[in-house]
Write a protein that binds this ligand. Structure first.
Ligand SMILES: [Fe+2]
Ligand SMILES: [Fe+2]
Length: 143
């Protein structure tokens, strides 16, 4: 998604929250399956979860960098530092997602993969709240 809806706080926050809740519930399911030693099902859920991160969250990040972030810096150049920080958060998500992909190629859900998925949730949560308060609440003050 791109365009005006990313500039609206409520719509943008709803995108964050929807993607987060789905990731959280798949992550809980994955942890449970690993605990129960259901390896085949765990692999299927891990595949669905990494695809969710890539298709919903990293795609969202790509479109922000192509649109919203550029517009913010054009309008307010002093926002560049914050945009760099938010872009680094996106990069961390991309880097961890790549590590998960590599690890899943071994055809098992390791402890390492579970840790990486847990860290995706943490990084994403911090990122979303900062993005909302810096860029979107910010729009309300500057309109
Ligand atoms: Fe973002
Ligand atoms: Fe966002």
């Amino acid at each position: 998604m791109s365009g005006p809806s990313l500039r609206k706080l409520d719509a943008h926050r709803a995108i964050h929250d929807g993607a987060f809740m789905e990731a959280q519930s798949l992550t809980e399911m994955l942890n449970q399956l690993v605990e129960e030693k259901k390896e085949k099902e765990a692999l299927q859920v891990a595949d669905a979860l990494i695809e969710h991160w890539e298709k919903r969250v990293i795609t969202h990040a790509d479109s922000e960098e192509e649109g919203l972030y550029k517009e913010v810096v054009e309008k307010e150049p002093e926002m560049q530092d914050k945009i760099n920080m938010l872009t680094r958060d996106h990069d961390l998500l991309r880097i961890i997602a790549k590590k998960i992909r590599e690890s899943l190629e071994k055809d098992s859900v390791s402890k390492e993969v579970l840790d990486f998925f847990a860290s995706m949730l943490v990084v994403n949560e911090i990122h979303s709240r900062n993005e909302e308060s810096w860029l979107l609440d910010y729009d309300h003050h500057h309109d």
